[in-house]
Design a protein around this ligand. Structure first.
Ligand code: X8Z
Ligand code: ZN
Length: 629
């Protein structure tokens, strides 16, 4: 399933994408044989019923070895199928993706169930960890019922392509998300914004029935794996009890929520100045279409509307890229150069030959950016419909982070070729992008020394960055709050949209620009819902990347303020970063975190330190305002 390859790296991804059909591999025969045709004991012979022999450590070892081989074998095949499907969406490539997805689903279910056989064995920690990962199956597990894997795979393929090929009419023109995104980013006409915002959401009502059926199937699959529902399965992937993870996410949100509240208050006031009381009433959630992003998840595109008054202008990376005639390809080259400056090896030639870097004109592709590891060796690639903008410059670094991580852990067992937790995978490239400071831009000749802003521009730089990173936090949190409630049945099929807006209101303080009802399915208009990618990872990544950045700056001996630190060219930081990355998921994530940062806890204090001057400024500006919604 394409979704499983979004970053082609999470184990669940690989087990589903990679696990081969349940029927006839040598491993299946071996494991079932030993379970069912063991020599009967004297007692069992009497009742003519063989008693299963208790499995041994040696058998567990052989089972794991065979599972690793099976996973690897299917991983490469399915990656190639998904790659072709995502790069040429046609009925035929959908058919191929459906088939291979079903095989993957069946194999991951088979391995998960077979691994349970060793539950009562006292095993070395590493073997127990591998079995535990196998027993969690995939994030979208199919039950063993005949035909379930095929049904699930068909729905997942269909949802993904419905999103990726979605189009709507606006002012007599047919728009895809690619064009609609630009209008939302640049238009300041509330009517036009509302129209395009609602237009894009016409693509998703037809997904609702499929989505509900998918929830039913994966809940059943999760129950067979021993989880209350698919949400419980997802929450179990963090080296701690699932309930503790919920508390952990709440704790982190509690650390950063005060920042978001200040930013929300400030931005609402500025938007009120621009659009007036009717469009932006000061005691209401903010209209979601006014924030420069189709989902109101990153607000950097409205920087001009909210720029701090009297502060020196910062750096506009879009303008710099344009002024220097940089192409999308150049942006990727610059991103690669950052990693190599830290001691990472060049990307392979195949990366440049096989990646998709700009949107093709002649066919349907999945434009949502992704990074791929095709052969679990060195055939790494990105797929992006890159625009020459500061926003996509960030995304390029984000995607390359996935690729460099994949390469760093390639010598681990296939079961461990994954992030320490999924938040780590999303944080690597973002951490690098935090080093794109004015000094760095001068070093790589994108910015003239004479145009470099002075320290008085810090506020502008921080505001631009906070509009993306702080604004993102509650969105990063609410997407899976919604899914968890859908999976648990708290939101039933006829409450999907109501539930979505309940959480958009609660966490983000946003409201829709036009009336919504259950005739809409707004969650389906966000890639990761039809694309079936868990989302909590991005919330965690937004905490972790600042922790990584602080640790990197500390170890480089840097002494200034965090937001001006760049670790460009620092080989020692690269070496230590790699030491964390090459672990993959072979150790519990606190071990990996400790290897790089020296601490075992995720912690929101680094992000607060980073934005410190901005927080002071926002608090001053918000004085006398009634904040909240
Ligand atoms: O989906 C992504 C990446 C691919 S893993 C482009 N991101 C999230 C999103 O676009 O919603 C990165 C930031 C959040
Ligand atoms: Zn990513």
């Amino acid at each position: 399933m394409r979704n499983f390859l979004l970053i082609a790296s999470s184990l669940s991804v690989l087990t589903l994408a990679a696990c081969q059909g349940a029927t006839d591999t040598a491993e299946t025969q071996a494991s079932y044989a030993s379970a069912s045709s063991a020599a009967p004991t004297a007692q069992s012979a009497k009742v003519d019923k063989p008693e299963p022999k208790a499995p041994t450590v040696q058998e567990a070892k052989e089972f794991i070895k065979q599972a690793e081989q099976d996973i690897l074998k299917l991983a490469e095949h399915s990656s190639r199928v998904y790659w072709v499907n995502a790069n040429f969406i046609t009925d035929d490539t959908k058919w191929l993706a459906e088939k291979i997805g079903a095989e993957g689903a069946k194999q991951s279910t088979r391995l998960a169930n077979a691994a349970k056989r060793f539950n009562d064995l006292d095993l070395p920690a590493d073997m127990a960890r591998k079995l535990d990962k196998l027993k969690r199956g995939s994030n979208f597990p199919a039950p063993e019922t005949k035909g379930a894997a095929e049904n699930l795979s068909k729905i997942i393929t269909q949802l993904d392509s419905a999103y990726s090929t979605g189009k709507f009419e606006h002012n007599g023109k047919t728009l895809s998300l690619f064009e609609a995104t630009d209008i939302i980013a640049t238009s300041r006409d509330p009517e036009e914004l509302a129209d395009v915002w609602a237009g894009w959401r016409q693509i998703s009502p037809k997904m609702r029935g499929d989505y509900a059926r998918m929830v039913e199937i994966i809940n059943k699959g999760s129950a067979e794996l021993g989880f209350a529902d698919a949400g419980a399965l997802w929450r179990a992937g963090y080296d701690m009890p699932a309930d503790d993870f919920v508390k952990e996410a709440d704790r982190l949100w509690g650390q950063v929520k005060p920042l978001y509240d200040e930013l929300h208050c400030y931005v609402r006031t500025k938007l009120n100045n621009e659009y007036g009381d009717e469009v932006v009433p000061l005691d209401q959630p903010i209209r979601a279409d006014l924030l420069g992003n189709m989902w109101g998840q990153q607000w950097g595109n409205i920087y001009e509307l909210v720029a701090p008054e009297n502060a020196e202008a910062g750096v506009d990376v879009t303008r710099l890229l344009e002024a220097n005639n940089k192409t999308a390809l150049n942006m990727v080259e610059i991103g690669e150069q950052f990693f190599t400056s830290m001691g990472f090896e060049d990307l392979p030639d195949t990366f440049w030959k096989r990646s998709l870097i700009t949107k093709p004109q002649d066919r349907e592709v999945t434009c949502h950016a992704s990074a791929w590891d095709i052969d679990n060796e060195d055939d790494i690639r990105i797929k992006m419909c890159t625009k020459v903008t500061g926003e996509d410059f960030q995304t390029v670094h984000h995607e390359l982070g996935h690729n460099f991580y994949q390469r760093a852990y390639k010598n681990q067992s296939i079961i461990y070729r994954d992030g320490a937790n999924d938040g780590f995978h999303e944080a690597i490239g973002d951490m690098i992008a935090l080093s794109i400071t004015p000094d760095y831009l001068v070093k790589i000749d994108l910015l003239d020394e004479g145009d470099k802003p002075s320290n008085n521009a810090d506020l502008s730089l921080l505001m631009r960055s906070a509009l993306d990173k702080i604004a993102f936090l509650p969105f990063g949190l609410m997407v899976d709050q919604w899914r968890w409630k859908v999976f648990s049945g708290e939101y039933s099929e006829n409450e999907y949209n109501k539930g979505w807006w309940e959480l958009r209101d609660k966490y983000q303080g946003l409201r829709p620009p036009v009336d919504r009802s259950e005739a809409d399915f707004d969650p389906g208009a966000k890639y990761h819902i039809p694309g079936n990618t868990p989302y909590m990872r991005y919330f965690l990544a937004h905490i972790l990347q600042f922790q990584f950045h602080k640790a990197a700056c500390d170890m480089s001996g840097y002494e200034g303020v965090l937001h001006n630190c760049s670790v460009y060219g620092n080989k020692e930081v690269g070496r230590r970063f790699n030491a964390m990355m090459e672990l993959g998921s072979s150790k519990p994530w606190p071990d990996a975190l400790e290897a790089f940062t020296g601490t075992r806890d995720m912690d929101g204090r680094a992000i607060i330190e980073y934005y410190e001057p901005l927080i002071t400024y926002l608090k001053e500006q918000n004085k006398g305002q009634t904040c909240g919604w």
